[in-house]
Write a protein that binds this ligand. Structure first.
Ligand SMILES: Cc1ncc(COP(=O)(O)O)c(C=O)c1O
Length: 386
């Protein structure tokens, strides 16, 4: 196997293809097979830790761990059954009863569920603040983890990650970053002082809308602790799903190049369209965080938020007229998917709270795929003009 040390000298595309891949010895397979097995033979008296798929030590898990750690520049990585499982295990690695979590209020709804519904039942208190609020002032003696999402779903705002990690670092508090929208191609949070990176690998890492998975990357001791939580709670990734994810990650860098280019081209075109009131895309000069995005991100990604003039009814009419883009929640796949956050990720919130998060009436989120940008633009313009 091409190990993490060798991979560190490689570029990101090379790491995506080769890190964790089988050693090129004669008759070995070029592609690691699926180890579709729950368990592995041992000696009657095992000399080392036994392998067991639920422990995340199936070879398909381990190969992916090497690849993802190499891509993020972390010591180790753990793959689990979903993004939400990864977030829960990351949080439980850092916090226990009596501790507090300081998080931004603009988070994926499923993360807010964990923070506000589940953690309090375990005696863990969450304090929320606006992503551009006073992080240092929000930290107390109880705070044992700081949590941010970069960029933010669905407004693509870009928190000041170096400032957040500096404030937390000054108090020795670890920082978890959900970098699902960025992927390691556009942002590697560990380089900016983060402690653990979490991804919903269901999105860009898998890239084909066919695998549900999650990832935790960071220091080896913390990832080992997260594995202990995996062993206890059991949200393991099935080996075949791990194999599919591995295949998806191999093309991550190539796909992100197209997502970044398509996102920018389409955001620019939408910004000039009279049926659109507003476009949220950090690659546009008018975006509130454009300057920060330029320094922090290697690419602006494929996620765009738009406000359709005429409110929700006009937005629904536009969605109904699309012929190439499909209406579905989720994101990060090769195909363009669009959705209205008020019916999906932010359905549980009252209108005023949605507005406070920047989700106006008529808000549509676009996950731009890798189709030809001209075809996507034609589809959007026909739907808007129709
Ligand atoms: C930013 C972000 N983080 C985490 C998740 C949760 O991922 P999963 O659906 O794989 O559990 C999502 C899902 O949409 C997301 O958008």
């Amino acid at each position: 196997m091409r190990d993490a040390d060798a991979a560190r000298a490689d570029g990101l595309s090379t790491r995506a293809v080769h890190a964790g891949a089988p050693s090129p010895v004669p008759d070995a397979p070029v592609v690691q097979p699926v180890f579709q097995t729950t368990t592995f033979y041992t000696a009657a008296e095992p000399a080392a830790a036994v392998r067991y798929t639920r422990y995340g030590t199936n070879p398909n898990h381990e190969a992916l761990g090497v690849k993802l750690a190499a891509l993020e520049g972390g010591e180790a990585a753990l793959v689990v059954a979903s993004g939400n499982a990864a977030m829960m295990l990351a949080l439980l690695t850092l916090v226990s009863a009596g501790d507090g979590v300081l998080a931004q209020r603009e988070l994926y709804g499923g993360t807010l569920r964990l923070l506000l519904r589940e953690l309090p039942r375990l005696g863990i208190e969450t304090t929320l603040l606006p992503f551009d609020g006073d992080w240092a002032g929000g930290m107390t003696d109880r705070t044992r983890a700081v949590l941010t999402e970069v960029p933010i779903n669905p407004t693509i705002r870009v928190p000041d990650l170096p400032a957040i990690t500096a404030a937390a670092g000054a108090r020795g508090i670890p920082v978890i970053v959900d970098a699902t929208f960025a992927t390691p191609i556009n942002l590697r949070p560990l380089e900016h002082g983060a402690t653990l990176v979490v991804h919903s690998a269901t999105k860009y890492l898998g890239g084909h809308s066919d695998v549900t998975a999650g990832v935790i990357v960071g220091r080896a001791d913390l990832v080992a602790e997260a594995r202990e939580k995996l062993i206890s709670f059991g949200p393991v990734l099935d080996p075949h799903a791990a194999w599919l994810l591995d295949r998806g990650v191999k093309t991550l860098a190539a796909r992100m190049t197209v997502h970044n280019a398509n996102g920018l081209a389409i955001a620019r075109r939408l910004a000039a369209h009279t049926a659109i009131e507003h476009v949220d895309y950090p690659g546009l000069e008018m975006h509130a965080d454009h300057e920060r995005a330029r320094t922090l991100l290697a690419g602006f990604g494929g996620m765009i938020g738009i406000v359709v003039r005429g409110g929700d009814a006009a937005a629904v009419r536009m969605l109904e007229r699309l012929r190439l883009m499909r209406v579905a929640p989720s994101l990060g796949g090769v195909e363009t998917l669009v959705s209205m956050p008020r019916y999906t990720s932010h359905a549980a919130l009252p209108r005023a709270e949605r507005h406070a998060l920047g989700i106006a009436d008529g808000y549509v989120r676009l996950s731009i795929g890798i189709e030809d940008a001209d075809d996507l633009i034609r589809d959007l313009e026909a739907a808007l003009d129709g």
